[in-house]
Design a binder for this molecule. Structure first.
Ligand code: ZN
Length: 162
């Protein structure tokens, strides 16, 4: 698999876009979760694209790739990013924690007891969790609604044409 992968760091005001990128499975940090120093370091070391809405963002150093958005709505912003970085083929719905940005991992069934309602355990068979915040994810109605929203914006999983 030689899919070009891009990772991002987004200004605090772009949190809705950051969350949408995470829903689509992309590595997206939110500026507000990091100190200024860490944000600079990680964008250089991890070659993250720093996504901005305003060119007046202070402290942009030489060596940081940045991308200036022109639109205001999340669906348009996603299209702008795709136009520049061709991320569409890399969509994997809900493979990351929406809160921490970490990749989710499978959770053993015994660990679900007392954490997930019985009715959920009976109705779903694929559970994943975030090893950082311990949040458990499954394909319930909440994720389904978010997924439908993303699809309505033109974002489908694995639309690589192959
Ligand atoms: Zn988490």
């Amino acid at each position: 698999m030689s899919l070009a992968t891009h990772s991002f760091i987004l200004e605090t005001e772009l949190f809705p876009l950051c969350k949408a990128l995470r829903m689509l499975g992309f590595d997206a940090l939110c500026r507000s979760d990091l100190s200024h120093r860490d944000a600079i370091a990680r964008s250089i070391e991890e070659r993250r694209v720093w996504v901005l809405k305003s060119p007046a963002t202070p402290g942009l150093h030489y060596g940081i790739k940045y991308f200036l958005l022109e639109t205001d709505e999340v669906p348009d912003q996603l299209d702008e990013i795709d136009e520049q970085y061709t991320i569409r083929e890399g969509v994997t719905y809900f493979s990351r924690c929406l809160k921490c940005n970490l990749l989710l991992t499978a959770i053993p069934e015994e660990k679900l007891l007392n954490k997930v309602p019985e009715r959920i355990l009976q109705n779903f068979n694929k559970f994943q969790h975030c090893t950082s915040c311990k949040r458990i994810y499954w394909q319930g109605s909440h994720l389904k609604r978010m997924r439908q929203k993303l699809e309505s914006w033109g974002w489908r999983e694995g639309e690589a044409g192959g």
